[in-house]
Design a binder for this molecule. Structure first.
Ligand code: PMP
Length: 333
């Protein structure tokens, strides 16, 4: 019989697929996307969760019956909840209020508890995403905060799994790796592995929402979720990426919708953002048909149906003016 012993054993080994339409007229390079939504929890964050919990058990930071407390945009919470529920830990997650309701519901479905905090407060305010989680850690006995922003096991999990998978699946022919930067764990771990494996031949490109610190901003609010920061996390090593490309919300959301409509790939806004950055780099004159871009797509689009894929929401926030188009007359027009 061919089966996994536990859902956690199905994390990783995600496939690459070639983009065929959105690249047309833009680049002759091969552009491959790595589908992290095919992880059991639906995102790249499943990878870091098991690694972080294993390490915390080994170090004694997490003891039997303990509580995991983490500020997370949702995906890390799902990964942590998957592992934690099997090992008998309680999970409390702190989320900013810009996160979609679907993402919150998915966390509670796995049995986690969720606290929602306002986005429009200073990061050092006690009401902030970070302030609230620090207080919960202090006041809940046996609490452990994975702190994905500083935990070296985040980048390490990508160094040990994501990087080697890309190297193996491209037969070492990858020339460019592109990923969005949130905690920085993906680009740091995967990028470091690919630079080492290739004798420093692979170019590492970060994608960042315009306004975030990685591309020189101050942390000005943007709508794309899971990426960009208003501070420099310890999980990010700025020496790994060769460059960071800033992408606007409007560009990210337009590409996210094209990926669904033209490539059959239903992913989140940070995936669209990464593809915009990849196509910008792949359109440069020095890029040839021999180049192989690998773009990591962190999560699926189901958590964004009420926003990026909702024409009313898009119009209300000034991202396009698609007609509603749900009548017979619209279809026959
Ligand atoms: N996209 C989404 C949707 C995410 O949840 C995250 C993680 N915060 C990222 C991208 C960025 O990954 P990383 O934290 O490894 O930089």
């Amino acid at each position: 019989m061919n089966y996994a012993e536990s859902i956690v054993d199905l994390v990783g080994d995600t496939p690459l697929v070639k983009l065929g339409r959105v690249t047309q007229g833009v680049t002759d390079a091969t552009v491959l996307v790595k589908l992290e939504y095919l992880n059991p929890g639906g995102s790249s964050k499943d990878r870091i969760a098991a690694r972080i919990i294993d390490a915390a058990e080994a170090s004694g930071d997490l003891k039997p019956g303990g509580t995991i407390v983490e500020p997370t945009s949702g995906n890390t919470g799902v990964g942590l909840a998957l592992v934690a529920q099997q090992r008998g830990y309680r999970c409390v997650f702190v989320l900013p209020d810009k996160v979609g309701e679907d993402k919150i519901n998915v966390l509670t479905a796995y049995g986690a508890e969720v606290v929602v905090t306002p986005t429009a407060v200073a990061p050092d305010s006690p009401e902030s995403y970070y302030g609230v989680s620090d207080r919960l850690v202090r006041e809940i006995p046996g609490a452990f905060k994975p702190n994905q922003y500083a935990n070296p096991n985040g980048p390490r999990s990508h160094y040990e799994t994501t990087g080697p998978e890309i190297w193996r699946d491209t037969d070492g022919r990858v020339t460019h790796f592109v990923a969005g930067v949130g905690t920085g764990g993906t680009i740091t771990g995967t990028g470091r592995y690919l630079r080492e494996a290739s004798g420093d031949r692979v170019r590492i490109i970060g994608a960042d929402p315009e306004g975030s610190v990685y591309s020189g901003g101050t942390g000005r609010p943007y709508f794309v979720e899971g990426v960009g920061e208003d501070f420099w996390p310890g999980a990010y090593d700025p020496a790994v990426p060769h460059e960071i490309i800033a992408v606007t919300d409007a560009q990210s959301f337009a590409m996210t919708r094209r990926l669904a409509r033209e490539e059959g790939i239903l992913v989140g806004g940070s995936s669209g953002m990464a593809v915009v950055a990849a196509l910008e780099a792949a359109a440069r004159p020095e890029v040839t048909a021999d180049d192989v871009f690998v773009v990591l797509l962190p999560d699926g689009g189901r958590g964004y149906l009420g926003k990026i894929f909702n024409d009313k929401w898009m119009r209300a926030y000034g991202f396009g003016n698609a007609p509603e188009g749900h009548t017979i007359a619209d279809v026959l027009a």
